[in-house]
Design a protein around this ligand. Structure first.
Ligand code: 13P
Length: 261
């Protein structure tokens, strides 16, 4: 189901067609290893994705195969995603995992350039773009993360930061872009929904400038059962990227049941 959605941004009339199906992406980060991942999934009501929502679960590498098999056994249509991949095809890259390996495991998505990787692994946007291109060669949809720090936010530099990150890290319109303000990750702080709308419009207009139209933009940062409906209700929000709330049955089950109604 495609909806025409019109808005004015910086004096430009922008018409965007978007799919009503919202992406619910669960980023487990470095949690739920092989044994724990299955115990966790057994406590989750794996509601079928429906016309409104599509669930994508992104476990750590070591749980990917088990989680993929568990999803299949339950005949669920949740999709599998990874949290990173190499920018190289194969070869001498100790500790790295290639896009081709992820494809073989049944992954359909890969999160790239998450702020934790930018921060702790010094990943820059150019590397993120190379990874995204490699992912696309292997039929993986890159979920490219962008977001400003608290300092940039307070200095009113959000748009400047985002524009540079988008320009340098998004290679094609076949990507999903995740807007994750760094200051909202794991903090319980969430921008006002009007602010999320405005920023998503900005991201959309920047992508459009590069010739990338109709890119899905998801929001991430302290999404929980008590705010997910309002956030997903914003027309410019194509989905959510959930961290902390996606790794415990007591916080994930209420999300699943809210979205299955
Ligand atoms: P939280 O939901 O824990 O804030 O994490 C968001 C995130 O980083 C998802 O990628």
């Amino acid at each position: 189901l495609l909806i025409n959605y019109k808005f004015v941004f910086n004096g430009y009339h922008i018409i965007r067609q978007y799919s009503m199906t919202k992406l619910i992406i669960c980023n487990w980060k470095m949690n739920l290893g092989s044994q724990n991942s299955i115990e966790f999934l057994n406590q989750i009501e794996m509601a079928a994705s429906n016309k409104d929502n599509k669930f994508i679960v992104c476990p750590p590498y070591t749980s990917l195969e088990l989680v993929g098999n568990n999803i299949k056994e339950k005949q669920s249509d949740w999709a599998l995603g990874a949290q990173n991949c190499s920018d190289q095809e194969d070869g001498a890259r100790t500790g790295d995992i290639s896009a081709s390996m992820l494809e073989t495991l049944g992954c359909q998505y890969v999160i790239l350039g998450h702020s934790e990787r930018r921060q702790y692994h010094l990943e820059d946007s150019k590397t993120v773009k190379m990874k995204a291109l490699k992912a696309l060669q292997h039929q993986l949809i890159p979920i490219v993360c962008v977001g400003e720090t608290e300092e940039a936010y307070n200095q009113g530099k959000t748009q400047e930061v985002l524009k540079k990150q988008l320009e340098e890290s998004v290679p094609s319109k076949q990507c999903v872009v995740a807007y994750e303000p760094v200051w909202a990750i794991g903090t319980g702080k969430v921008p006002q929904v009007e602010e999320i709308e405005e920023t998503h419009h900005f991201i959309q207009s920047v992508l459009q400038e590069f010739g990338f139209s109709n890119v899905s933009i998801v929001y991430g940062g302290s999404v929980k059962a008590n705010n997910i409906t309002e956030i997903l209700g914003q027309p410019s929000v194509s989905g959510v990227l959930i961290g902390g709330a996606s790794i415990k049955p007591e916080s994930m089950n209420p999300i699943v049941s809210k979205l299955s109604i």
